[in-house]
Ligand binder design. Structure first.
Ligand SMILES: Nc1nc2c(ncn2[C@@H]2O[C@H](COP(=O)(O)OP(=O)(O)O)[C@@H](O)[C@H]2O)c(=O)[nH]1
Ligand SMILES: [Mg+2]
Length: 255
């Protein structure tokens, strides 16, 4: 029996490195693990994509074309494009759900708000669920954002918000560690809630609230480790894959 498909949805702010991570992770999977992935570009306004998409939404719904047709600016065109994708998401998912690859990587628009704050977010997951229950999201944040313990809390909370919105497990990932030596700031304790909560000082009532929230997240969240990666330099991809595997695969923990 073949393994059920795993879908991985990459989400994060513009420029955090989603598309670069799709490229690096897919190459790493192919070369190191021997898994051929299927790559979907769901960004109708992408100007440059570092990987070769197997399905490129720009050929079906193109933001530039919509801007010209309806006389819209870039934001209006992107919103319209995403709504059009949402309307047709059943057909779009059908296009890639029969691919041979057991792993499908789905890249979302640079501006995460047009994905997360529109129907497309949960409609996509709704359709993917008809194919497989192995769906996980990777939330990518630039290492430059994580300078203080409260920034770690921010990453955890925003990942949970994404989890609630999509209804799938979310793995928070810190990217571009080649540029920012975050070990000097929160280091390897980043996944240790006790240490983080002890270091949330001087925040008054917000600090107390954060401690409670982080402990609850640690209690319920499946992805308790936060992989630190460099999509550019292929660092941390093994740890990322281990966590993806732990969450999506019935065969359990690889560690
Ligand atoms: N130094 C460094 N740059 C990166 C890394 N990942 C992505 N970038 C750069 O960050 C910019 C935005 O990356 P991109 O993947 O397009 O971001 P997206 O908008 O989230 O898809 C590009 O110039 C990438 O080359 C990384 O790990 N290290
Ligand atoms: Mg991108």
């Amino acid at each position: 029996m073949t393994n059920p498909k795993t879908f991985i949805i990459f989400i994060g702010p513009a420029g955090s490195g989603k598309s670069t991570l799709v490229y690096a992770y897919s190459r790493w999977l192919e070369e190191v693990v021997g898994i051929k992935t299927y790559k979907v570009n769901l960004d109708p306004a992408a100007e440059y994509i570092p990987y070769e998409p197997d399905l490129d939404i720009r050929y079906l719904v193109n933001a530039d074309k919509i801007a010209r047709e309806f006389g819209l600016g870039p934001n209006g065109a992107l919103v319209k494009a995403m709504d059009k994708i949402a309307e047709n998401i059943g057909d779009i998912v059908n296009m890639f759900s029969n691919s041979d690859s057991e792993l499908v990587l789905i890249d979302t628009p640079g501006q995460m708000e047009v994905f997360l704050f529109r129907d497309i977010a949960f409609k996509l997951v709704e359709q993917l669920r008809k194919v497989s229950k192995n769906i996980v999201s990777i939330f990518v944040l630039d290492a430059d954002v994580i300078k203080r313990y409260e920034d770690y809390a921010f990453l955890s909370i925003i990942s949970v918000a994404v989890q609630i919105r999509l209804g799938v497990d979310v793995i928070p990932v810190i990217n571009k560690i080649d540029l920012t030596p975050i070990d000097n700031i929160v280091g390897d304790v980043i996944s240790d809630v006790d240490i983080v909560t002890k270091n949330l000082k001087g925040l008054g009532v917000y600090g107390e609230m954060l401690k409670e929230i982080l402990n609850i997240i640690a209690l319920y969240s499946k992805a308790t480790r936060v992989p630190k990666v460099s999509a550019k330099n292929f660092i941390g991809l093994e740890e990322l894959h281990r966590i993806v595997h732990e969450i999506t695969c019935a065969c359990g923990d690889l560690t």
